[in-house]
Every structure is written in structure tokens, then in C-alpha cells.
Design a protein around this ligand. Sequence first.
Ligand code: BGC
Length: 252
Amino acid sequence: MGKTDLPIGIDIGGTGIKGAPVDLQKGAFADDRLRIPTPDVSTPKAVLEVVDQIVQHFDNIKSSSPIGITVPGVVKHGAVQTAANIDPSWIGFDAAAMFSKKLGRAVHLVNDADAAGVAEQHYGAARKTKGLVIVTTLGTGIGTALIYNGALIPNSEFGHLEIDGRGAETVAAASAHEREELSWQEWAERLQRYYSEMEKLFWPDLFVVGGGVSKQADKFLHLLDLRTDIVAAKLKNKAGIIGAAHLAAREH
Ligand code: BGC
């Protein structure tokens, strides 16, 4: 079989780096996802080696195909600006340019939650929603994507909203649920505080809840009492890869 020109999406997370070619018609993986553990010291250089391995693995993809890569931090013009949950050496680093040089392909770098938001908007839970959609990813941190009438407003960073003097993600991310061994009810009380505050500030039309824990949405979403509709992400933890590939194809 000849090579295909599908974009590849790669999701750089705290524990794993995952990638797959993406079928943009379907908004789905076109091949099995490959996951490699994130190096213990996750400097850009170490991560780049892993990203390269993932790209090489999909050898039926043409080298003219673009690559979309997510990072858990603010991205401005291809450079990472914050590193709440990754190695601080990423800050100020023009990662898109370096990755593109090493991989010999067009690279689009994007915040992880923004990528997930774009995917949910195009292919998932927010597909039919007009107005303001806020996609939140509950994981090690809290990522947020603001999408207004289909357009992404990037780098919203509302996981760092201060509530009662503490950063929201410290208190209400899925990692807090695990670390503090909270019951679903206890965790939901913290989520209630967070989403109520977000609702008061933004008056969104829909909240979408993503991240790995969204697989267990039936354990906590019904405990929340909000005026805004709140639903689980459809693409679950595939959203970052799909959204990054979608954006890369659109850019290049
Ligand atoms: C980072 C965000 C990221 C989120 C989820 C936060 O700590 O500041 O950029 O989207 O974690 O990974």
C-alpha cells in the first residue's frame, strides 16, 4: 500500500507521550495509538527523542504530512511560556521550530486543553452548540479551552483561577481527587465550587468535562448543580491527539 498524507497528532503528557495518525473526516484515529512513557526528566530535548520515535513508527505516513503536538502549558507563536506540570526548561523555548527542524516536517504546537477543545467542538460533545463552550480537562492540572461560535480563544488557563485563596487545579483537579483520596461526593463539592465560579464569570452555554476521569463521568457529573449544561467529553483522552492533528492540517 502507498503512503498516506494524514496528519499525526501527538499528546505530550506528564506520564505518557501518545501519538496516532488522524482521519479528519471521521475525527478518529486512523491507526492504533502508540504510547511511550514520558522521560523522567522531561526536558524538550528528551521529549523530542520520544516524539521522533513515535513519528518514525508511523512509516506509512508521508513526510509532507504535518504534525500537531500538544503541551501542558501556554503556547504563543510556537514557544512554550509556562510549565506548571512540565520541566521548567520548556519556558521561553521555541519548541515548534526545534521539533520541525528535527522531524523535518511542519509542526503545529498547541496547548493540550485547547487541542481537546477544538476536537470536542468539531467532532465531539460540543458539535452542535452555538455560543460559548468551555471545555475543561481534569487531570494532573485543570486545562481549559474557550470556544465562541466555533472559534478558539487560546491559552485561557482558568485552571489557575484562584478560589478561596487557592489555585483551582490544586484543589479540584483529578490529581487532587486521587492524592487526597477524596470520595466522589467530596470531590464533586470542590468541582461545584469551581464550575459555579466559572459560570458566574463567563455565562457559558455548555461545559464539557474531559480528561481521563471523564470515563467515569457518571460517578460525579450528576452531583453538580449548575444552571449551565455540563456533559462528558465524547472523545475522552483521544481529544488532544485529534485536535492537534486537526489544527496542524488547518495551519499547513
Ligand atoms: C497548565 C495548562 C494545561 C493544564 C492541563 C495547567 O497546569 O497551566 O496550560 O492546559 O494544566 O494540562
